[in-house]
Design a binder for this molecule. Sequence first.
Ligand code: GLU
Length: 477
Amino acid sequence: MKARFAPSPTGYLHVGGARTALFNWLIVQKAKRSGEEASFLLRIEDTDTERNKPEWTQGIIDSLLALGLNWDEGPIFQSSRVTTHKQTALDLFDANLAYWCRCTKEDIENRNSGKNTVGYDRHCRSLNLKYETGYALRFKVPLESATKFHDSVRGDVQIENTTLEDFVLLKGNLSPLFVLANTVDDMDLGVTHVVRGEEHLYNTFKIILLWEAISKLNDSNATEERPLPTFAHLPLLVNEKRQKLSKRRDKVSVEEFFDMGFLPEAMLNYLALLGWGPKNNQEILSVDELIDQFDLNDVNLAPAFFDIQKLNHFNNIYIRDMDVDLFRHRALDYLKIHSGLILNKLSDTDINEILELVQPRINTLSEIEKMIGFFIEDEVAIPQDLYDKTYLDPANKQILLNFKDALKDCEFSKDELHKVLESIGLSFGKKLGKSQAPIRLALTGSNVGPPLFESLMILGKDKTLARLDIVAKTFLG
Ligand code: GLU
């Protein structure tokens, strides 16, 4: 079997595209696992020269590799096959399966206006025109029957051929159109499984007609040699308002999610659940489990909600459960690119300790900088609302003052400070969880963060005292 991912490089890799790539990749890995000869092909559909850019192609390739979706064949650039696409179209003309059309867009619109019809009216179909510059080549849709196929996601689908337009194969400048290039490539490259977004469902009827026509061209046995592929059209991805994800409105590019500090493995796991889920409803699945359990026939028809909150939650789980050394590497790589300054200001020992403290407490790598900024800042800014909420309580003020005094003489160790603060807090009727709040706010400017006593050790006695002092002084004024 052979499946393929065939992106058009008109932007970054969209999460919907990544899901398509993943599902294709999964069926190939599954087939390999069962001993079948199987291959995953990457084909870059770069024929739309006005909208394609080489950097988009590179971005797509990088994102696929980061997700671990490596391919066995390719990348094949569709643009390198244009001669074959054109020749196939001309062969269809020679076999009377296509015709030249001289109608301009305006001609077609004028004929449709007032008639409540849209699209091309097959005007030139019976004119037997010879090619002239500017003429388009159109496919002669066989009008007598219906086209049907079985979609692995949607079941049996069909359309009356009379409702299909005689679609364009070659434009007026003789450049091949999507349906032609896509069909010819899938045929020539031996693709057996076409898994893609549902926006291509309608095209598939045209593709099937074209596939059958091309098969008939040279060899009457060719249909048997190039059977139609298995088709599966994956459900739409929608946002929280159930609107189709759009690059203008929503965060959709995989690269953007990596920049926000999402891990490829968490993304991959989450993408797998967009329109599919294992029978036991398990949500966190290793790549091995995905390969074992994924089945195209179990993909749902309903639009899938791309829920960033849930992705956050998945990322949190993957970070939390990650081996400490691996997390350190990933975090350092991320910080080097996104917050180099932080690394310059901390010693290696400190940064290692700090990363261990934050690992269980973050959803994304981008939260690290915010969470550990207080270690390097000269002064911490305390938001007014947090200040009021914390220090309007007289007990909290007193806890801070007493802790500051006690610090001067006690041993500056994690255990000792823990004991000291606990006993000060209890004298005000507060458990340790509560009595940490006024101290944490003074030291970090936040009410959440890495564990307090470990943080104090990294911060050091002088800085700790200085920060407590600054807040203590505000009590006087
Ligand atoms: N190039 C098409 C797209 O990016 C995909 C075509 C296909 O998978 O057949 O939408």
